[in-house]
Design a protein around this ligand. Structure first.
Ligand SMILES: C[S@@+](CC[C@H](N)C(=O)[O-])C[C@H]1O[C@@H](n2cnc3c(N)ncnc32)[C@H](O)[C@@H]1O
Length: 309
């Protein structure tokens, strides 16, 4: 397993790149470049005519991309969302791509660097944006959103059963003092959580929910899946690694719907002559024992692969 000097241990490294079935002269997209672990492996399999486009919202990912691969003509990088990958492909005048990889969520450096404001373990400014130059920070949101909206986000995106209590506590606390630090929020939320689960920080679900909301992660995923499928050539593959059930449910549903085609109303006779648009490649894949022993992040990873027909 690669534990690179860029501070992120890539999950399902060999499995994801193998699933893409990289061809030497193919065109590929790593939609979640992060610190370039998967990209490095894809580049190893590409020949001189092959090309890889790395995309990431995070300006630090851009910096790593420049450091690691600026001397490699086969590699290009765009800072932005994978939800906009079709426009990047159009701008590059690529006729279509042979494979897209999405390794969802946040990278270890994003979580570990206190000043990014994702962590409930270390104190930092309450930010949580993958791209700190765009959109609303977590602090701006928790200080202005309505109590019902906060409660809904914690419930829907964190599956947090004490969402209402936590939202109430956040709104009460901000009347005394704005909430600007990660540990300040973690303490407010923890105090409103009456049942601490063993081995889990009581703010885990709330932080996850706010992060997903601030970064529009589920909206981006829905749009990113559509765009990825749209830019694939026939025979091209989409490989998605997700880290929590909401994402995996979306990926599974999306892939299933494409493979099965549009639902026909029950009262219509089934006409089975439409050619399939895609097929699933294998079953969902999880990390093996060796990887699990070395990387706790791999515990929740689920990978699914789709091939366009
Ligand atoms: C789990 S990390 C990827 C790690 C990478 N595979 C590696 O080996 O280094 C996820 C990365 O995706 C980025 N990201 C998440 N959602 C994104 C989106 N909608 N568009 C672009 N990048 C996104 C995050 O900023 C983060 O850097």
């Amino acid at each position: 397993m690669e534990s690179n000097q860029y501070g992120h241990v890539t999950v399902l490294l060999a499995e994801a790149v193998e699933a893409l079935g990289v061809e030497a002269d193919g065109l590929y997209i790593d939609g979640t470049f992060g610190r370039g672990g998967h990209s490095a492996e894809i580049l190893k399999a590409l020949g001189p005519q092959g090309r890889l486009l790395g995309i990431d919202k995070d300006p630090r990912a851009r910096r790593t991309a420049m450091e690691r691969f600026s001397g490699d003509d086969r590699f290009l990088f765009r800072q932005g969302s994978f939800a906009d990958m079709a426009s990047f492909v159009a701008e590059l005048q690529w006729p279509g791509v042979d494979g897209v990889l999405l390794d969802l969520g946040v990278s270890s450096p994003q979580l570990d660097e206190a000043e990014r404001g994702f962590s409930f373990m270390q104190d930092g400014p309450l930010d949580m944006r993958m791209d700190p130059d765009s959109g609303q920070s977590a602090s701006e949101w928790v200080n202005t959103a309505k109590e019902e909206e906060i409660s809904k986000v914690l419930w829907d995106l964190g599956e947090e059963r004490f969402a209402r209590r936590m939202a109430k506590a956040i709104v009460a606390a901000r009347q005394t003092q704005p909430i600007t630090r990660t540990l300040q929020l973690a303490e407010i939320v923890a105090a409103a959580n009456p049942r601490w689960e063993k081995g889990k920080n009581p703010a885990t679900r709330a932080f996850q929910a706010i992060r997903i909301y601030i970064n529009r992660e589920l909206d981006d995923l829905a749009q990113g899946l559509e765009q990825a499928f749209g830019v694939l050539k026939p025979g091209g593959r989409l490989t998605v690694i997700s880290f929590h059930s909401l994402e995996d449910r979306m990926v599974k549903q999306y892939m299933r719907d494409i493979v099965r085609g549009p639902k026909t109303p029950k009262w219509l006779p089934v006409v089975d002559d439409a050619p399939p648009k895609a097929k699933l490649v294998g079953k969902k894949i999880r990390a093996g024992e060796t990887e699990l022993a070395a990387n706790v992040r791999a515990r929740s990873a689920v990978m699914r692969v789709l091939e366009k027909c």
